[in-house]
Design a protein around this ligand. Structure first.
Ligand code: HEC
Length: 150
C-alpha cells in the first residue's frame, strides 16, 4: 500500500515535470528547484546562493557564488554548463576546477530514484533530469544583473 502511494506520488510528480514546457520558465520547476536547493545545496552555497553556507569553513575550496554565473559568462546564464556541473557524471574525475569538492549530484539522484521508482514503469533517468533541470531553472532566478550591488 505504501509503495502504491509512493508510486502514484512519483507518477504525479513526473507527470507535472513532463507537462511543463522545457524552454519557458515554469513555476513548478522553479519551486521544485528552490526546495531542492534549500535541502541539498544551501549548506555549502548559502540560502541565497552566494557561497556563504555554514559548511564553507570546512571545505578545501570555497563554494562558488551561484548568483554570478551569468555575470561571469558575459551576462548570459550558461544553462547547459550549469546542468553538467551539477550532474557531474560527465566530468572526468577532477571536476571543473581541479578536485571536485561538490557531490556528483547526477549519481546521488540516480541512486535515490532507482530506489523510489523500483516497480514503476518510469526510467530513473527522467527523475534525475527533472531534478537537475528544476535546479537550473531556480538558479537562473538568482542571477545578478550588471550593475546590481552584490
Ligand atoms: C559539500 C558542499 C557543496 C554542496 C552540498 C553543493 N556544492 Fe556546489 N560547489 C561546491 C564547491 C566547493 C564548488 C566549487 C568547485 C569545486 O571545488 O567543486 C561548487 C561549485 C558549484 C557550481 C559551479 C559554479 C561555478 O562557478 O562554476 C555549481 C553550478 C554548483 N556548485 C551547484 C550546486 C547545486 C545546485 C547544489 C545542490 C544540488 C550544490 N552545488 C551543492 C560545494 C558544494
Amino acid at each position: 500500500m505504501r509503495d502504491a502511494i509512493l508510486a502514484s506520488g512519483c507518477a504525479v510528480g513526473l507527470g507535472l515535470l513532463l507537462a511543463s514546457p522545457v524552454s519557458a520558465q515554469s513555476r513548478t520547476g522553479v519551486e521544485m528547484g528552490r526546495n531542492e536547493f534549500i535541502s541539498h545545496c544551501a549548506t555549502c552555497h548559502g540560502i541565497e546562493g552566494r557561497g556563504d553556507g555554514p559548511m564553507r569553513p570546512f571545505l578545501a575550496r570555497p563554494p562558488s557564488n551561484l548568483t554570478t554565473l551569468a555575470l561571469r559568462n558575459g551576462g548570459v546564464y550558461p544553462r547547459l554548463a550549469v546542468s553538467e556541473i551539477i550532474d557531474g557524471r560527465g566530468i572526468e574525475g577532477a571536476g571543473p576546477h581541479g578536485t571536485r569538492d561538490m557531490p556528483i549530484w547526477g549519481q546521488v539522484y540516480r541512486d535515490e530514484s532507482q530506489q523510489q521508482l523500483r516497480g514503476t514503469p518510469f526510467p530513473p533517468e527522467w527523475s534525475v533530469r527533472g531534478r537537475i533541470m528544476a535546479l537550473v531553472e531556480y538558479l537562473e532566478t538568482l542571477q545578478q544583473k550588471k550593475g546590481d550591488a552584490s
